[in-house]
Structure formats: structure tokens, C-alpha cells
Design a binder for this molecule. Structure first.
Ligand SMILES: Nc1nc2c(c(=O)[nH]1)N[C@H]1C(S)=C(S)[C@@H](COP(=O)(O)O)O[C@H]1N2
Ligand SMILES: [Mo]
Length: 245
């Protein structure tokens, strides 16, 4: 898909985030801004270019188990589940020129990537699955990262005993071609246990980095003020932030 078509699709999502609806700029302003700030391809040249191994359809695990939280017992989540997540929104905010409020249809209308990868959990299990969704870089380019942005924080709908789950990554991983906002597993909408309706795929990293139940993406200059300051729910409890594999 041509870049301009992508941005045309996203123009409607530019509403200064999910809280305030109805403030939209002209389409041309959006295109100009996004092209000026396009930088994904350049970042990869200096970063960690290696791709995670991709597998063939025959390798797909018959059942992709759920781990950590595998359901959310809140009225918020139950209401979205009852309507098949048709009204779910992904808010893109923080150090961006154009905060976005992305509807599921808009996320599905972006250029999609499908990849078959192996998920490795520190608890000692692995599974191979096929994931589909837009690359995170497409969404970040549309929002326009500001110069001060250094990390992307992923906000989730679930918590453990009232402490919200969250994750984060640096810009090399955020713009990596295999970093997806996935809405399908094995060709079907994500099951609830695997993070319906949206979850991060950040291949080359351990399982806990792959934030499920995504509600927001936030560009920040530092992780110090978020959660306990270590960059993720499990990182705040002693796990490594750069959980590379
Ligand atoms: N929001 C959220 N994301 C999460 C978790 C969680 O509990 N909540 N668990 C993590 C862990 S430890 C793993 S191994 C994977 C599990 O993904 P799965 O449930 O699709 O197998 O999700 C990760 N992302
Ligand atoms: Mo895990």
C-alpha cells in the first residue's frame, strides 16, 4: 500500500487521543508531518538489524497456551468482549506530534505483516504461532515521534492485584520490522487468553515483553516515572529490561 493511502486511513484517527474526539487537522498537514518525521528505516541501519527466526506453517503449535493473565474480570473488558471488541481503541500518546485514537477497523486497514515465530517464556515453555498486524513503525510514523522520545511504553487493560501490567522498549525495537501490534493468531482474531483484541509481538525478546490487552502506546523520554521505574511490570520485580533471546 502506498504511504499516502496509509495516512489517509489514519487521518480520521487523529483526534488528539482517545479522550477528546472531534479535533482533526487537515489531511495534508498530517501527511507533511509524518513524512518529515519518517525515520524508521534509518534507525535500523545503526541498530540491531538481526531478524528473529521465522518458521513455516507446518511448525505452528496446535495450541498456543496462555500465560500470566489469561482473562480480565472487569466490567470494562467484559463489555468489550460482549461486542467482539468492535469499540476497542488504541491510544497513541506522549511525545508525539499527532496523538491518535485507533479503532480496530483502522488497525486492520493498515498494511499488515504476518510472521510465524517462536515465543519463549522464562517459565520454561515455548510455542510457535503465526501473528498478523500492522508494524508498530507504521503507527509511530503516523503519530510523528518527537525528538526527545527514547522509549515506547505499552499500556495494558489488566493488572496483578491492582498493579497494572505494562512494558516498554527502545526505539530500535519499536521500529524493528518484526515488532507488530498483532490482532490475529493463526489467522483468527486473538483469543482472550492470548491478549484479545491487541497484543505486542516483539520478536527477539522473552515472553513477558509481549504485552497483551493493549490499550495504549506512549512515547516517553525516560522510564523513571512509570510504574516502579524499571520499564515493565516484571522488570519492576527484578526481571531484565532487555530480555533478548
Ligand atoms: N498484559 C499482559 N501481558 C502479558 C502478560 C500478562 O500477564 N499481562 N504475561 C506475559 C508473559 S510472562 C508471557 S509468557 C506472555 C504469554 O503470552 P500468551 O498468553 O499469549 O501465551 O504474555 C506476556 N504479556
Ligand atoms: Mo512468560
Amino acid at each position: 500500500m502506498k504511504r499516502r493511502n496509509v495516512l489517509a486511513g489514519l487521518a480520521a484517527a487523529f483526534t488528539a487521543g482517545c479522550a477528546k474526539v472531534g479535533e482533526s487537522e487537515t489531511f495534508s498537514a498530517l501527511v507533511d508531518g509524518a513524512e518529515r518525521l519518517h525515520r524508521g528505516a534509518h534507525r535500523l541501519l545503526g541498530g540491531r538489524p538481526a531478524m528473529a527466526r521465522e518458521y513455516s506453517p507446518a511448525d505452528i503449535s496446535p495450541y498456543f497456551r496462555g500465560n500470566g493473565n489469561t482473562d480480565i474480570e472487569t466490567d470494562f473488558y467484559r463489555a468489550h468482549q460482549a461486542s467482539n471488541f468492535a469499540e476497542w481503541r488504541l491510544e497513541v500518546r506522549g511525545l508525539v506530534d499527532r496523538p491518535l485514537c485507533l479503532a480496530m477497523d483502522q488497525i486492520r486497514a493498515l498494511p499488515q505483516r504476518t510472521q510465524i515465530t517462536r515465543h519463549d517464556c522464562v517459565e520454561g515453555w515455548s510455542a510457535i504461532g503465526q501473528w498478523t498486524g500492522p508494524q508498530l513503525s507504521t503507527i509511530l510514523d503516523a503519530a510523528g515521534l518527537q525528538e526527545e522520545a527514547r522509549f515506547i511504553v505499552f499500556r495494558c487493560a489488566d493488572d496483578f492485584r491492582g498493579v497494572p501490567y505494562y512494558e516498554s522498549c527502545d526505539l530500535d525495537d519499536a521500529f524493528h520490522p518484526q515488532t507488530l501490534i498483532a490482532h490475529e493468531l493463526n489467522g483468527e482474531p486473538l483469543p482472550v487468553r492470548n491478549g484479545a483484541p491487541l497484543r505486542l509481538r516483539i520478536e527477539r525478546h522473552l515472553g513477558y515483553k509481549h504485552a497483551k490487552y493493549l490499550t495504549g502506546i506512549e512515547a516517553v523520554a525516560s522510564l523513571g516515572q512509570i510504574g516502579e521505574g524499571q520499564g515493565g511490570y516484571w522488570e519492576d520485580r527484578g526481571y531484565q529490561w532487555y530480555a533478548g533471546i
